[in-house]
Design a protein around this ligand. Structure first.
Ligand code: SAM
Length: 242
């Protein structure tokens, strides 16, 4: 009887937390869709697929880009070892507050700053390499030179054993020259990684493709980073898309 009451209480707490996450996420999406880039947090199926192929069991340092309300963070914390650190970047302060209320795990370092500040944030904490980078950033809303700058910023922290995962929505469109076109991040990611595994996760709203990327491509094979003439503004990479 006591066990049943306990189970009911924890199910109720989980349901309340999920409703609050959905509401906060939906509000963020309505306020700034370019940054949030989705209508709902990722499903557990997508979160688990994002972590497949990552060296999670032995990981010491993992970076999450665009943590949102913590759909992937939660699964990461379930799987990471006790001594690991998860540095989660999230630009939206409302979503960061929602995460602060939901997580009290000492392994989680929640950073209310843009992914573009990753180099500075890792260096000032003394991190030289990361085991994995789990990115939910919307590459399709990010101009190509911004995407390159992001991967160049990550580069010094990733070695041959580090893994990068990214998802994109299956039916994602990108507006170019006034026209909507189907967008795939695969050609861009192939410039940076030797091996990319893709799979489609239908049990997510909307369905998504997960890219698990391994082994860095040699520097000389990369396309050059286009120099940014304007000083970098504060704010989201996505938001800077015209
Ligand atoms: C598609 S949502 C994913 C949220 C969550 N990871 C999930 O899977 O449910 C993308 C998230 O990235 C955040 N974001 C957008 N631009 C960012 C940036 N430059 N740096 C950090 N976070 C950013 C948004 O606020 C949003 O929460």
């Amino acid at each position: 009887m006591i066990k049943t009451i306990g189970a009911c209480k924890s199910s109720l707490a989980r349901a309340t937390r999920e409703i609050r996450s959905f509401k906060t996420f939906a509000f963020a999406a309505v306020s700034d869709f370019q940054s949030t880039a989705s209508i709902a947090p990722s499903s557990r199926h997508l979160a688990c697929a994002m972590l497949e192929g990552l060296p999670i069991a032995s990981a010491r340092t993992v970076v999450e880009l665009g943590a949102g309300t913590g759909a992937i963070t939660r699964v990461l914390l379930e799987k990471l070892p006790r001594h690991a650190t998860l540095l989660a970047f999230e630009i939206n302060p409302e979503l960061v507050n929602c995460m602060k209320e939901s997580f009290s795990d000492p392994r989680l370092v929640l950073l209310n700053t843009g992914a573009e500040n990753l180099g500075h944030e890792l260096r000032r904490r003394g991190y030289r390499r990361v085991d994995a980078v789990v990115s939910s950033l919307s590459l399709r809303f990010m101009p190509d030179d911004r995407q390159r700058i992001l991967l160049e910023t990550l580069d010094p922290f990733m070695d041959e054993r580090s893994v990068f995962t990214q998802y994109q929505y299956v039916y994602g469109l990108r507006f170019e020259n006034g026209k909507a076109q189907r967008h795939s991040s695969l050609p861009f990611l192939s410039q940076y990684f030797d091996s990319i595994q893709c799979r489609t996760i239908w049990r997510n709203l909307p369905p998504a493709r997960v890219f698990t990327c391994l082994r860095k491509v040699h520097q000389s094979r990369r396309l050059p980073v286009v120099a940014d003439r304007n000083p970098r503004k504060r704010g989201s990479l996505a938001r800077e898309h015209a």
